[in-house]
Write a protein of this length. Structure first.
Length: 623
């Protein structure tokens, strides 16, 4: 038993406790001090809302539909499984009255949410409340699951969990099967190697996929090949969106997927392979529904003698048998079970074990969250890139102490023989890709010849830096959590987009669907850019082609043209969280053919990364 592994995991538990306390404290402060309009703007609250119908869903939970009636264009943070609370508030009033009922999101899209009421309580209070709103509640559940998982791993003294712990954190070396490599002519050399490494791994393998290198393609192939040897695998990711993305690709590959949890990409294709939809479509479901209705009718009767109680208990036993039987048949039919890491603790997953667990976007997942799913697995395949977005951590001390170091990164550093780096990228013009490859990947990532010279205009510079130094583009500070804004820089960004779109020509942009992404690390800048685009008639014909978002919102995405507004401009060279270079790696690698960066070089060049990037762009434009 490795003492080092246990010490390291105990340290993780302490850091996680710090994060938990910090987030809980921040939530309570926000609840008390932040006004409703500001919460709405930040996407953590809908107000006012309208109640729709209430009903029992396929999992026998009492649910109610909630509709957002205003601010439809604000992106919200509500997600499947997140807790919410209701309140009543009248504009102009200082006091917000919170209803004493919490609920859980069971389904959400842009403007409609279905929430499950625990033990069916609170329906009358919610539907009769005036000036109703709903906001995110502090999420105790995911922390509880993470603490439980860490505890289990720390205390494991035998079995597979104990072995994996000592391989991942101790001195035990990962083992491999030995057989001849398989050939996959449709993959490139490093993708083929990655799939073979996955098949050879007895304990762990890592597919390290820099931007544009076909990580998802490789992972889908690895899952497909694994399923030729195993009857079923578990596929997880940190976010619902990442789970949906890989699930969709697997379905396109002809693999039967059972999606546990609420898909965020809400369309019929996604819904059709969710657990709830499949449960409802099962031939035995109508019988189960009628038994549940009979139970509710009997419970509603005023006179309840022993006979009625006995009947209710008999019906409950029959309903439980049917639920277990339907659930079992759904899992038996599925080759892939897909869910978030915390979703792997869903009660429908109780008692399920898998030979192989695939964790996609593993570099964005807290280690403790990974262990929730690893408890169900015999071996683990990580896929992601620890040079891109890290996990989101609110407590600075916890991040500094190492909470932001993921399990994938830990294994990549201590067991490099498990890692396969994908080395050919298919997204970007060579000039856009080169700086990222040199700075983050030791120059090992190369461009496929098909994209090497891709561009929109002939003799164009694929990457430019508009230096706002001396242009009166000054940053402003607008509130503790909302960060910074630079309005003149935002306006300049839009001028440069207009100029570039005019050069291409409106007809060509629309005919060829040339798409544009505006990225800023700061939420306030993103909101301001969105407002300006909405108001400016020039952009109306192009609105469907333009996306404005934070760096985090662009993870995993790409556009033909990317404009980055860096915002920071001050005399002290302070750049705040622009120091997180992994975020900048994501930002500068979203563009296929044209990358325009706006920023005050004198401020940013205090940091060696930005100084080097500025010099690199200047040198490419001389050529």
């Amino acid at each position: 038993m490795s003492q080092n592994a246990i010490q390291e995991l105990s340290r993780q538990a302490l850091l996680l406790r710090m994060e938990y306390e910090a987030e809980k404290e921040a939530y309570h402060q926000q609840t008390q001090s932040m006004g409703i309009p500001r919460k709405v703007k930040r996407g953590m609250c809908w107000y006012p809302v309208r109640c729709g119908q209430s009903y029992y869903n396929s999992l026998n939970q009492l649910v109610i539909e909630i509709y957002r009636t205003q601010d439809h264009d604000i992106e919200h943070s509500f997600e499947f499984g997140k807790p919410v609370c209701f309140f009543s508030w009248k504009r102009g009033d200082e006091k917000v009255t919170f209803l004493p009922h919490n609920a859980t999101v069971s389904y959400v899209d842009e403007d409609r949410m279905v929430v499950a009421l625990p033990q069916g309580k609170g329906l009358v209070d919610i539907t009769s409340a005036e000036n109703l709103g709903v906001q995110l509640y502090f999420d105790e559940t995911s922390y509880r699951l993470m603490f439980e998982a860490l505890n289990k791993v720390i205390n494991a003294d035998k079995g597979r969990l104990c072995e994996l712990r000592d391989i991942f954190h101790g001195t035990a070396r990962p083992q491999k099967y030995m057989f001849n490599p398989l050939s996959f002519p449709w993959l490139n050399k490093t993708q083929e190697e990655a799939v073979n490494q996955v098949l050879w791994a007895k304990d762990v393998a890592i597919v390290h996929g820099p931007p544009g290198t076909g990580k998802t393609t490789t992972l889908v192939e690895a899952i497909y090949e694994t399923l030729r040897r195993e009857s079923q695998v578990l596929v997880c990711a940190q976010s619902n969106m990442a789970v949906d993305w890989i699930s969709e690709k697997l379905v396109d590959h002809g693999i039967s997927v059972l999606r546990v949890g609420n898909p965020t990409r809400v369309n019929d294709k996604m819904l059709s392979f969710t657990y709830e939809r499949k449960f409802e479509n099962h031939p035995d479901y109508p019988l189960l529904w009628s038994i549940r209705k009979a139970i509710r009718d009997l419970k509603g009767k005023k006179e309840k003698g022993e006979k009625v109680h006995k009947k209710i208990n008999n019906l409950k036993d029959r309903a439980t048998e049917l639920e277990i039987s339907i659930s079992q048949s759904l899992f038996d039919e599925a080759r892939v079970v897909a869910c978030t890491l915390t979703g792997s603790a869903n009660k429908v997953m109780n008692g399920k074990k898998f030979s192989t667990l695939f964790i996609d976007e593993a570099a964005q997942a807290l280690e403790a969250a990974c262990w929730i799913a690893i408890r169900k697995a015999g071996r683990v395949i990580f896929a992601g890139d620890h040079q891109q977005l890290p996990p989101t951590i609110k407590c600075y001390e916890a991040a500094k102490g190492g909470l932001d170091k993921t399990l994938m990164q830990q294994i990549a550093e201590t067991k490099p023989e498990c890692v396969t780096l994908l080395k050919v990228q298919y997204r970007m013009n060579e000039a856009i890709m080169r700086f990222s490859s040199d700075w983050f990947y030791q120059g090992l990532v190369q461009s496929d010849p098909g994209v090497h010279h891709r561009s929109i205009l002939d003799l164009d510079h694929p990457i430019v830096w508009i230096n706002t130094e001396g242009m009166d583009c000054n940053e402003e500070f607008i509130g503790e959590n909302f960060g910074r804004i630079n309005k003149p820089e935002a306006e300049l960004s839009l001028l440069h987009i207009k100029d570039y779109l005019n050069k291409i020509g409106k007809e060509r942009v629309l005919t060829e669907h040339i798409d544009i992404g505006l990225i800023s690390p700061y939420k306030a800048q993103v909101q301001y850019l969105k407002q300006m685009i909405r108001k400016d008639r020039f952009f109306h014909p192009f609105r469907h082609l333009i996306t404005v978002n934070t760096v985090d919102g662009f993870q995993g995405q790409e556009r033909d043209i990317i404009i980055i507004s860096l915002v920071r401009a001050n005399e002290n060279g302070e750049i705040g969280f622009l120091r997180d270079l992994r975020r900048m790696n994501v930002a500068i690698t979203r563009a296929r053919m044209k990358l325009i960066i706006l920023g005050d070089a004198s401020t940013l060049a205090h940091h060696p990364f930005y100084r080097k990037l500025f010099e690199y762009i200047k040198s490419t434009n001389k050529a």
